[in-house]
Design a protein around this ligand. Structure first.
Ligand code: BMA
Length: 322
């Protein structure tokens, strides 16, 4: 029951969730999940992770006029594992899509997965029909990469999640590049918080969104419990001029698994955001993977997210990293 003591949810699930699942696909697949998202000529384009029934993933395009329904799904994958690239012989996963006006293109950051572990690769596209691979940019183990949509202080900025320690927890780091080929860093940015809902691992969700208050970030956090892992989402705000400096971070999660399609599936208890689309009227639609089985969406606004994150604890006391 709601009472004045219950806070309203800022991410409101669509009534027809999940909006895409394996049964919508024009060919036989196991599951669809974790989609990057963007607008192309007013249409919503999702770049979906599609897992086939061998267990390997590829990336496929789905388009919709309203971003909710009547999805047109391409009959062939947009990006499949490269046969000449052993590091992705187990598939390509979890794309984040950034529109980079300077390049007149979208940059797709995705996880290449193979026997050596997950690594980060990038590709360019101008039409979501063909792509130009730019290769692996972060060696194993590394994943959850998302590029800012513009340079900061002359360099491109990539958030990613290397596995740097042996105790199991993993944090968000940042690397910078003058040309998307050579990379400097990484530098630690946002850490898992012992004892909290994001105590074990954190990873950037969609490419951070530029706002007057800072780069608005939606990230996933993982807690390992005796009955398995729980994936939830939180918000953070990063300094516009210093991409290593976290200004604010919500103490509480902003969305956790609670609906049947999030609680049950190939991997129960997972909400995993990789894409969001900002509309002219201030609406932001977040696309997330539900239980590694389907794609769901939730609506919010930039103002609501900023109100919440700017009233969250000051993170700069911890040296701008939390
Ligand atoms: C992460 C990634 C995601 C997946 C999540 C939950 O490590 O592999 O693709 O959604 O685990 O299984």
């Amino acid at each position: 029951m709601s009472s004045p003591l219950h806070r309203a949810e800022i991410l409101r699930r669509l009534a027809n969730n999940p909006i895409l699942s394996a049964r919508d696909w024009p060919y036989t697949v196991n599951s669809v999940m974790n989609a990057g998202a963007t607008l192309v000529d007013g249409q919503t384009v999702l770049l979906c992770r599609v897992e086939d029934r061998r267990g390997f993933s590829h990336l496929s395009v789905a388009r919709s006029d309203d971003g909710i329904s009547k999805w047109r799904i391409d009959p062939k994958p947009f990006l499949s594992p490269s046969p000449s690239h052993a590091a992705e012989s187990w598939g390509v996963e979890d794309p984040r899509v950034s529109r980079v006006d300077e390049l007149g293109a979208w940059v797709v950051c995705y996880t290449s997965y193979g026997p050596t572990g997950p690594s980060v690769s990038i590709a360019l596209t101008t039409d979501f029909r063909t792509h130009t691979p730019l290769g692996m940019i972060c060696s194993p183990e590394d994943k959850n990469a998302a590029l800012l949509p513009r340079r900061v202080d002359g360099t491109f900025v990539l958030y990613h999640r290397p596995r740097t320690v042996t105790d199991g927890h993993a944090d968000i780091w940042v690397s910078r590049s003058p040309d998307l080929k050579s990379w400097m860093g990484p530098h630690p940015v946002l850490a898992a918080r012992p004892g909290m809902w994001d105590s074990d691992r954190v990873g950037m969700g969609p490419p951070p969104m530029e706002t007057p208050d800072g780069w608005l970030c939606l990230y996933h956090g993982v807690r390992v419990t005796v009955s398995g892992q729980i994936y939830r989402m939180g918000l953070a705000l990063i300094d516009l001029e210093d991409p290593t400096r976290v200004l604010r971070r919500t103490d509480e999660w902003v969305m956790g698994p609670s609906e049947p399609y999030e609680l049950a599936g190939d991997v129960p208890n997972v909400v995993f955001p990789c894409g969001w689309v900002q509309h002219d009227n201030g609406l932001v639609r977040v696309y997330y993977g539900a239980a590694d089985t389907a794609i769901a969406a939730a609506d919010t606004t930039v103002d609501e997210m900023l109100d919440l994150v700017t009233s969250s604890p000051d993170a700069t006391a911890a040296g701008g990293q939390r």
